[in-house]
Design a protein around this ligand. Structure first.
Ligand code: KIV
Length: 278
């Protein structure tokens, strides 16, 4: 069956019908076009590209230009998948006007269908302004990597009753502000379940257990391409590092021993032309 891009009301309907949707990250044309051929309904051009594509240690150094640069090829590669792009650190913490200007750039220049930003009640005014300006917003609470230092590192959030209550309040606040969905990252499953049940909009879990309305994973983790570290919540559906390295080793050996390129990868020439040449 031909895949078609789902709309926001369709994602909402999936929650109401208890049907889960799926999201993975993508940061370039090739990966986006492969995701587009799968049943996965949503792509996140995540600022996790800081680590997977750019080799930084955190998401903080990623710029607006980086995000737009990576969103454009994803949009070209995945015409039938809903595309959300992250607002990078520094693009929405300097005031509502800057946030609106930067979100407009991601939509207009990048071509994303929606944006995602991190934070709860503290970003409600930004979310409200974006939504009323026509920008669909996905929230992101729990472990928020852009502010992981303030959270004491990359740790599970909402482990005690007070912290969990704050997450529930943040989620309700984002919903009230107009977010169409909320990522819950690294929160205990029962907390994610409570938030999912209390919200009328979908939750998208990563390290948040099985009760969310949708799941998201970083594609490099899922495919076993990124091995600097592997969070507990990642399931590797492949170990692609290995065949890639094997292929590169074989190529290196064959160039060194002269077996590549073979006649089938080479171009010949008519005998008489060769004679004339000599
Ligand atoms: O940037 C990213 O990949 C994300 C996911 C981890 C949700 O925000």
């Amino acid at each position: 069956m031909e895949k078609t891009k789902l709309t926001l009301p369709q994602f909402q309907q999936m929650k109401e019908q208890n049907k889960k949707f799926r999201m993975v990250t993508a940061y370039d044309y090739t990966f986006a076009s492969i995701v587009d051929r799968s049943p996965i309904e949503m792509i996140l051009v995540g600022d996790s590209l800081a680590m997977t594509m750019l080799g930084y240690d955190s998401t903080v150094p990623v710029t607006m230009d980086d995000m737009i640069h990576h969103t454009k090829p994803v949009v070209r590669g995945a015409k039938n998948t809903f595309i959300v792009a992250d607002m990078p650190f520094g693009s929405y913490n300097t005031g509502v006007n800057d946030a609106v200007r930067n979100a407009n750039r991601i939509m207009q220049e990048g071509g994303a269908d929606a944006i995602k930003l991190e934070g709860g009640a503290n970003v409600a005014d930004v979310v409200k302004a974006l939504v009323s300006g026509g920008v669909p917003v996905m929230g992101h609470i729990g472990l928020t990597p852009q502010t992981a230092t303030q959270l004491g590192g990359f740790k599970v959030q909402g482990k005690d009753a007070e912290a969990a209550k704050k997450l529930v309040e943040d989620a309700l606040c984002l919903q009230e502000a107009g977010a169409f969905a909320i990522v819950l990252e690294c929160v205990p499953s029962p907390v994610a379940q409570m938030i999912t049940e209390k919200l009328s909009i979908p939750t998208v879990g990563i390290g948040a257990g099985p009760y969310c309305d949708a799941q998201v994973l970083v594609i490099h983790d899922l495919l076993g391409l990124f091995d600097r570290f592997t969070p507990k919540f990642v399931k590797k559906y492949a170990e692609l590092n290995k065949p890639i390295l094997e292929a590169l080793n074989q190529y290196a050996d064959e160039v060194a021993d002269g077996s590549f390129p073979a006649p089938e990868q080479s171009f010949g020439m008519k005998e008489e032309e060769l004679k004339r040449l000599y």
